[in-house]
Design a protein around this ligand. Sequence first.
Ligand code: ZN
Length: 1129
Amino acid sequence: MSALTLLGLSLVLQTLATVACDPSVSEGKETQVRTPHPLKPWESAYLPNSLKPISYEVQLWPWLFREKASGLFLFHGRSKVTLACLNQTKVIVLHSKALNYTKPPRVFGRDTLTVRKYWQEKANEYLVVLLDKHLEKGKVYSLHTAFSGELTPEMAGLYRCQYQEEGSIRFLAVTMMQPTNARKIFPCFDDPALKATFDLTVIHRPQHSVISNMPPRATSEMWVRGQVWLVTRFQRTPLMSPYLLACVVSDFRFIEETSNGVTIRVWARKQAVEGGQGDFALQAAGRLLHFYEQQFQLYYPLKKLDLVAVPCFDSGGMENWGVIIFRETNLLFQAGENSESSRQSLLLVLAHELVHQWFGNLVTIQWWNDLWLNEGFATYFSYLGNTFINPDWTVDSVFAANGLHLTLESDALANSHPLSIGEQEVSTTEHISQLFDNISYEKGASVLRMVSNFLTEKVFLQGLLSYLKEFSFRTVTYTDLRTHLQKAVNNQSAVSLPTNLKSILDTWVLQLGYPVVTVNTSSGLLSQQHFLLDSSSTVARTSKFGYRWYVPVTWQMNTTLQNMIWINRTTKVFVRKAVVKDQTWILANINAVGIYRVNYDDKNWDKLLILLMKNRDAIPVINRAQLIDDAFSLARGRHIRISRALETTHYLHTETEHLPWDMLSNHLDFMKLILSGSPSYSLLEEYILSKVRPVYQYFMELAWAELDTAPTDSCDQFAQEVVAGLACSNGLWECHKVARNLYSLWMAQPDVNPVPPSLRPVVYCRSVTEGGQAEWDFAWKMYELANSAAEAEILRYSLACSVNASVLDRYLSLTMMPWKIKRQDALATIVLVAQNINGKKPAWNFIKTNWATLISEFSTAEAIVGLLEGVTSRSYRRRPTGGKGLGQREDGIAEPIKVKVKCDTAGIGHKLGEQFTFHWWDHIFNKAAADIVVETQEDGVVLQKVTSGGQEEGAVSNKKPRRAAVGREMLYGRFVKATTLTPHREQAEAEEPQSSDSSDQDEALDLSSTRRLTDEELLRACGGRTAHKGARHGLTMKAKLLRLEEQEQEFLAKYGQRGRTAGAEAAARTDVGKGTKMNKWLAKGERPTREEGPGIGTPEEEGHRLKAKKHKRRREKEGGKDTGIGKRR
Ligand SMILES: [Zn+2]
C-alpha cells in the first residue's frame, strides 16, 4: 500500500508506544510460533488451521443512492467459498466485520450439512458457523452466504466517494481492502497467507463502468422494478491474498495504450482525462512495467493493468493486482501547472505500486510481521524506477533525499522496532496498521540498498530472482529471502564477506536502530555505538545482538576510494591506513549507502570543514548533505557540540544543489524550536539569511529574474524551491516582495497564473499571510475551481496561512462540508490550521465544539488520535505528520508524554465520548505549549553554546563559559575561528612557508582574528588559499579547478563500477559544473549588497509548508502510512 493514511501520523510512534506499554514484548525471533489456540477456535486472534480456502465466487451490488427505508447507501452481496478441510472440525471460522447476514449460511459437501448455529464474533471479527457433524480431513466443502453492508464514506472496505464535476455531485464505489478490510465486504479468510482464486461479479447501472483485477468475461442485463442493471462477470484471478481484490464502479473516463502485450489504462474524472492529466502516468507506466519485467526477469502475469485516480482515497496508492488505485495527486499530472516535485512524487508512487505487482502480489508475506518484505522492496525498486525515467538523477541522490533521511530519523528513537518482529506481536488490525511506517518502508529499502551495495547489484539481483521464482504465487518470510541471498553469495567468488549473511543481516533486521561509527584518524580506530537522538533514553526491547551491528564501512582518503572495512559486533577495528598525520582527510560512508552516522576526531572534522569552504566539490554532494545531517543529529545525541553542526552549514552560501539545503531545512525546525523565545532566535534567522541570500540571488540571476521563470533543470527547480522557502520563511524582504507581486498579477488576471509551479507553495502562503480577506477569498475561489488535484492541494495548504483568527474559524468550519473540502482532507486541514501559531487555539476550540460530529464522521481511533496529536503537537509550527506528532518528536524530550499518549490510544476508540478523554487532551495541549520552556532549560548544552549579546544563556552547563564574543561568532562567519580555522592556518603555514603572495597570507591571518568576517572575505580568503597552493605547484587557478574536476570525475567513475556508473557520472557533471558556475559568479564580484529588508523576521509559514510539501512528497511516494493529516509529511 502506499502510505499516507490520513492521520496515521505516526505509526512508528504507535508501534513504539505499544512496545513501551508492554514490557513483555521481546526481540523478533527468526522462527515465530503463533500462540496456541485456546479451547474455542473463535477465541483466538488467529484463524484456526483446520480449513483452507481454495476459491471464492463473490457477487457485489453497490447502490450509489440512498435506500428509502434506511436512508443509507448500501451494498448487497453473495459469496461462495470453496474450502479444503485440513483437520477434522465442526466449526467454520472465517473473518467478517460489519456485515448483515440476510440468510443463514449454508454448507455443502457431497451432501448439505446442517448449520446448528451461526454468529459474528465481534472481538476477533469472525463469522462462526457451527455444524451438526464434522467436516472431514481431505474433503472439499463450500460455504454460501448472503449479506448486506453499508457503503460508508470511511475510505475502507467497499465505500462510496462523493465529488463534484460539471456542477453536479457524483458518487462512485471503490474498494480499499489492505490490510484487513476484505472482511468488511464479504466473509473471507482475511489472511495474506491464505491465497485463493476469486471470481468476482459486480452489478451496476448502465451509466457506470466497473473495473476489477481481471478483464470482464461477460456482461448481461438484469431488470429490477422496471430499471435495468448490468451484471459484469470478471475472469478468474490468479492465486492471491484477499487484500488484493478490488473493484471501482464509476462514470470515469480512461485513456489507454498497449505496452509489450499489456493493455494499460488510466482512469479518472472526465475533466481530468480530457485535460490530459493522465497522459504522463500512462506513458511512464508502460516504460516502468517493462523496466521491472527486465529487472525481475518475470513477465507481469496479467493481460491488463488499470490505474485509477480516485478523489477520495486515504492512502497514496494501493497495489491491487491489475487495478491500482491512487490518490489523484499521485496519478494525475498537468504539465506546466504542476511542479517538478509533484512529478517526482507521482513517479515514486507509481513505481512503488508497480513493483508490488511482483513483491507483494506475486510473492506475498506470510504474515504482517514481515511487512517490510512487501514495502521495503517496493520502495527500494521505486527509487531505481525513478532514475530509469529520470536518467539525470542518481539512485543515491533520490535515496538520500527520501529514504535514508527518514530511516535515520525514525530509527534513532529508543522505541523504534525491528524490521521483522515476532508474529505474536502482530495480532490485531491496530497492530498491523501500525507497521505501515517509516521502518517498514524506508528502513526496509535502506537495508536492501546497503545489502545490494556490499554484495554488488549483480549478486543481489541473482538472489532476488531465485527468490521470486521459487515463491511465485506463494508466501515468504524473512528467512526465505536470507536463504536465497546466501545461495547467490555461495554461487560466486568475486564477493567475499567476513562471515555468513545470516550473521550480518540479522543484526540489521532483527534488532531496532543503527550505530554511529566513529573514525579516529589519530589512532586508526573505527568503533561503533548504538545511536539514539536522545542519549538519555533507554531501549526497553532487548536484543540478542547487544545493539551491535556488522557494519560495512566505505571510505576514502582525500579523493581516493579505499577498500571496504567491516566492523564486526565486537565493536572496534584498528585500521593502520586510517592513521593520518598530514593534511590528508578521511570521509566515511561514501554516498551515504550505509545505515549509520559517522563521527570523526576533531582534526578530521576541521579538515572536512575547511575543504567544504575551499573546494566543496571534492566531497560528493550526497556526503555534503550527509555531513550536515550527521552533524546536527550527532549534536542532538550529544556526541559533538552544536557549533560543530553549524560549521557544516557555513559553506552553504556557495551551494546550489538542493540536497545540502534540504538537510539544513530538516534540522532548522529543531534549531528554531530550542531557540524560540530566546534572543538567539533572531540571530539564527539572520545567520540563515546570510547563507540563503547569495544563493537566492544566484537563482534570480540564473533563471528567475522576477521569479516568473522556473529553471529548466529539475535539480535546479528543487533547489529553487528549497531556497525560496528558506528565504521567505526567514524574512528575506526581496522574496516577500516578489511573492506579493506575482500573487497580485494572478489576482488581476485569474486565467493566467504567472507563478511557476514549484514556487506556488511559497508564493501563495506568503500572500495569504500578508494579505487580507481579499487574498484569502481569491485563494479559496481558485481552490474551488482547480481541476488539478496538485494545485488544489497547494491552495488548501496556503489557505491555512492566514493570521486572521476569524478567517481561520471560517476555514475550519468548511472542513465539515465534504462538498467543499474532501473528506480525505478534512482532518489534515484542521491540523494545518493548528500548525499555524495563530490557528492553534481556534483549531482546538473547533475540535471541542465539533467533537460529536468528528467522532461520528471519523470513527477510527487512528484518525482521531492523529488529529489530536497533530493539533496538540508543539506550539511551534512544524510539519503535521510523519511521525512528528506529539510523542514522536525526534528529540525524544517528550518521552513520558509519548508513552502516555500511546497507552491511551489503545482504548480511545471506545472512550471517545467520555469526558475524561477531553481533560487528558486539554492537559496535553497545555503541556505542549509549556514544554518549550522546559526544553530550553534542559537543553543547557545547546544554549550554553548559542549565546547572544555577550550573555551566557545556558546556566545548567557544566562546561566553562566561553568568551562572550564567541557565542555570537558561532552564528556568523566567525564561529569557525576558534576551531576550524586555527588548524587551517597551521596547515597553511606548514604547507606553504614560502608564499610569494602576501595578500593571500594576510587573508589567511585574518581568519584567525576575532574580527567578524563577511562571507565575501571568507570566500576570498579560501579562494586565495587555493590560488596560493596552486602557485606553489606552478598551476594557475583555472588549471587547478580543472584538475579538481578531473579528480572528481575519476573518483565518481571508479565508484560507479558498482553498476551505477552512468548515474554517478551524471551526478559528477552536475555537481562540478554547478560549483564552478557558482564560484565564477561569486568571483565576478556581482554578489548583491547586504541591504536589509524591512525586517519581517518572525518564523513564517512558507518554510514549514515547503518542508511539509517535501515530506508529503516522500510520504505520498508511499512512505509510511502517513499523513495525515496532512499529507505534508
Ligand atoms: Zn506499498
